[in-house]
Design a protein around this ligand. Structure first.
Ligand code: NAI
Length: 303
């Protein structure tokens, strides 16, 4: 997002007021980048403690950006920082937070019932013109959208962690999404400095649909005793030019997250061989070896 640093100059009719529900890992990242690119952002979470921590993390992250970007001109850096923080408001009441929203991005817990409940309430509270989007990784967008009366103004905005660093944004449409809504979502993604790709509402969209089965195939290869994790990683880095091997990537993403995604797909498509669960992955998760976040997954790592 460094490329798109202006904090003003959004096009007329463009999405300006953005409400982000959920100020966790993803929500805070989305809020940071949206505020940095001149949007007026309201970030919502369950209580002020979470929100304050989240805002402090955003500030820390912004300070790192400013230090690099404005090394020659610290005054301009300070002005940028205060302008961005001025673009960011905090709120605990979701219904209040959407009153002026052009766009709502939901990044709360990955649970269909809870997401539906949230959107049902937001549908009643938000103006008719407000577009709704979910950042879900594994729940079909259409199953969330049915909780509302605005499926034509509903889509998916799937960001990647860490949001300020990762260039890609998957923009998802369901069959009911209007062209106007989809175009606005694409334009918003670009205004955030992201490169957008158009996706349909299929399991895993583009990236995870290819990446998760690939990671699972790597685990299965080790399960069959054909290679060690280290050799698979070395092979894919030096032979296929990937920046990380599949086991390093699984440790980074979290073994529990991979299991959660694959189990969900397996339940829906039990005959699909690429979506089959892996006993080895299940064993690691049961042992609490969840990856880098706990210091051990397929490899031992620093926490
Ligand atoms: P997280 O656990 O870090 O953050 C979720 C936040 O939502 C928490 O702060 C929680 O207090 C808040 N929350 C929960 N229910 C709420 C409610 N009803 N109202 C307001 N706030 C509520 O989770 P994370 O990792 O940020 O994931 C959020 C969403 O983004 C999930 O749908 C996940 O599938 C998706 N996602 C996650 C990615 C990742 O790498 N972690 C990547 C792309 C998408």
């Amino acid at each position: 997002f460094v490329r798109n640093f202006s904090t003003s100059g959004l096009k007329k009719n463009a999405i300006k007021n953005v409400t982000i529900i959920g100020g966790g890992l993803m929500g805070a990242g989305i809020a940071q980048v949206a505020a940095s690119t001149g949007h007026s952002v309201v970030m919502v979470d369950q209580n002020t403690d979470i929100l304050n921590k989240s805002k402090a993390n955003i500030e820390k992250s912004l300070q790192r950006v400013v230090k690099k970007k404005y090394a020659e001109d610290p005054k301009a850096g300070e002005a940028f920082l205060s302008q961005v923080l001025g673009n960011l408001a905090l709120e605990t009441d979701a219904a209040t937070s959407v009153k002026k929203a052009d766009l709502v991005i939901e990044a709360i817990v990955e649970n269909l019932k809870i997401k539906q409940e949230l959107f049902k309430n937001l549908d009643m509270a938000a103006p008719a013109s407000t577009i709704f989007a979910s950042n879900t990784s594994s729940i079909p967008i259409k199953e969330i959208a049915v909780a509302t009366e605005r499926a034509d103004r509903f889509g998916g905005l799937h960001y990647f962690n860490p949001v300020p660093m990762m260039k890609l944004l998957e923009v998802i449409r369901i069959p009911q999404t209007s062209d106007e809504t989809f175009d606005k979502l694409l334009a918003f993604g670009k205004a955030m400095g992201k490169v957008t790709v158009n996706c349909k509402d299929t399991p895993g969209f583009i990236v995870n649909r290819l990446l998760v089965p690939y990671m699972m195939e790597a685990v299965r290869m080790v399960e069959r005793g054909e290679a060690t994790p280290k050799d698979v990683d070395t092979a894919m880095k030096l032979g296929a030019g990937y920046p990380m091997g599949p086991f390093e990537l699984t440790d980074y993403v979290g073994l529990d997250t991979c299991k959660f995604i694959i189990d969900g797909w397996h339940e829906k498509y039990p005959d699909h061989p690429l979506f089959a669960p892996s006993p080895l992955l299940n064993k690691y998760v049961a042992e609490g070896k969840l990856g880098n976040k706990v210091g051990e997954g397929f490899y031992k790592s620093k926490k």
